[in-house]
Design a protein around this ligand. Structure first.
Ligand SMILES: [Mn+2]
Length: 462
């Protein structure tokens, strides 16, 4: 955990932004797989972690804005518990570790909240993501789960998003710690990728690296020779020479900060000519995008820049034609790049997505563009110093999409479908790094993970 002052300062700042009432943070409960004693690995709610640091189940906390008081609700282990779990830190000691002096048993929480609501004091809470959290909060507040969404505090969402968006030095340090583990995962994957290996052998080795270092994946990894499937969760293909494998994976840091890196690896150690060309285009788009990031620049403009670089590169190969800016204006790039350029990253890999992506990536003036491709851009607004964002352009040849566009003769003025046909089984290439917005520009976080064609080929042929 961070020192208690960190959590106290975070809560003080939050309290100053909320005008009145009480703020409820419900920690996550254990999540059973098939019965109560056999659970998925515990992951604390990220906002609870941010303000209260305690990475364990069955806790809740309340900030009383009007009285300036903070309470941790939970239960001490009983002797019967200790037989199974071993000695446990007392609740008051846990509270002390994060700078809280007042504790109470969980059973006191409903009456505490009822008292507040009887006095017409607002009870602020964030939108719960998990179903069990929805039920828990609806029970605590005596509100039907179906209407709980109407009670969510928009002012709290906005305050928390603003606060969590700007990363402090100790948070950057955690992200870079996560990236140092991801470096090990990614370089091991490059070395293990060879003809005859099964994707899951590499995915499993990466999981082993993370677990042996005391952490886990920040998200289920994508490791696939079908990188054209944007979120491909399967790892069962046998790799053969001439394939490229997309490895989109990242470890969590010990304090649960995410990392999220993608590399594309030639199976057999050498990219084919087509792969080199497509890879170079994606790398150029990624580096151009990173170079354009600085405070005040809208991320949707960075996204557009990357799209234009991709289309300009594809034009050199003959897959696109016409003016690249006009092609992007017409949406022609989305045949090859169907998603957004990146997202915020922090305690969540898609940071704060659970609070509502539009609160995180958009503003009252910058709305989500409903056009295909643009509609999945998670971040559009201007970036600020100390934001952490991913930059992850890609080129994805999706046969189903090619067939549909071709049949509809979509963007025919900008796409050479005969040439595209020659690439229909190409697969996909994605290159992703985690970027800190600095006062004057941007910095790629973490140890440099091999990225140029020469660097990747060296490791992949080792
Ligand atoms: Mn990502």
């Amino acid at each position: 955990m961070f020192p208690p002052e960190i959590y106290r300062q975070r809560r003080d700042r939050l309290r100053r932004q909320i005008s009145s009432g009480v703020v409820l943070f419900a920690g996550n409960e254990p999540s059973p797989i098939n019965y109560a004693d056999n659970c998925y690995p515990f992951r604390q709610d990220s906002s609870f972690l941010y303000y209260f640091g305690l990475d364990e189940p069955a806790l809740a906390a309340v900030i009383d804005v009007d009285e300036g008081a903070e309470y941790l609700f939970g239960d001490d282990a009983t002797v019967d518990d200790v037989i199974w779990t071993g000695p446990q830190t007392p609740l008051c000691e846990k509270a002390h570790q994060v700078g809280i002096t007042q504790t109470a048993p969980s059973s006191d929480l409903p009456s505490f909240l009822k008292k507040a609501s009887d006095h017409d004091r607002p009870i602020h809470f964030l939108p719960p993501c998990r179903d069990d959290q929805i039920l828990k909060i609806s029970r605590l507040l005596n509100v039907p789960p179906q209407t709980l969404g109407e009670r969510v505090s928009e002012s709290l969402i906005r305050t928390v998003v603003a606060q969590r968006s700007v990363k402090t030095p100790e948070e950057i340090e955690q992200i870079e710690l996560a990236l140092s583990i991801t470096y090990q995962m990614q370089t091991a994957a490059m070395k293990m990728t060879r003809p005859g290996a099964i994707e899951r052998e590499i995915a499993g080795a990466m999981a082993g690296i993370a677990i042996a270092l005391g952490v886990r994946f920040a998200f289920e990894p994508i490791f696939s020779i079908h990188g054209e499937t944007l979120h491909n969760p399967f790892h069962n293909n046998v790799m053969k020479a001439g394939d490229v494998a997309v490895n989109d994976s990242g470890a969590e840091s010990p304090l649960r900060y995410a990392s999220d890196v993608t590399r594309t690896i030639p199976v057999g150690g050498r990219f084919t000519q087509n792969q080199r060309e497509i890879y170079s285009i994606v790398l150029d788009a990624q580096e151009s995008a990173i170079a354009a990031i600085r405070p005040g620049v809208e991320f949707r403009d960075i996204h557009r820049l990357a799209c234009v670089r991709l289309v300009a590169g594809l034009k050199e190969l003959g897959l696109t034609k016409g003016d690249p800016d006009e092609a992007v204006e017409a949406g022609a790039h989305t045949l090859f790049f169907q998603c957004g350029l990146g997202h915020m990253m922090g305690l969540d890999v898609h940071d704060m997505q659970g609070l509502g992506e539009d609160y995180v990536g958009y503003t009252e003036a910058i709305h989500r563009n409903p056009a295909f491709g643009w509609n999945s851009l998670r971040l559009a607004k201007a970036v600020e110093a100390d934001y952490v964002v991913t930059v992850e352009p890609g080129i994805y040849l999706i046969p189903t999409l090619i067939d549909r566009w071709k049949a509809e003769r979509k963007c025919e003025a900008f796409i050479d479908y005969d040439k595209v046909e020659a690439y229909r089984d190409f697969g996909g290439v994605r290159i992703e790094d985690d970027i800190l917005v600095t006062d004057t520009g941007a910095r790629v976080l973490g140890p440099p993970i091999p990225k140029t064609i020469a660097e990747v080929e060296t490791l992949a042929s080792a």
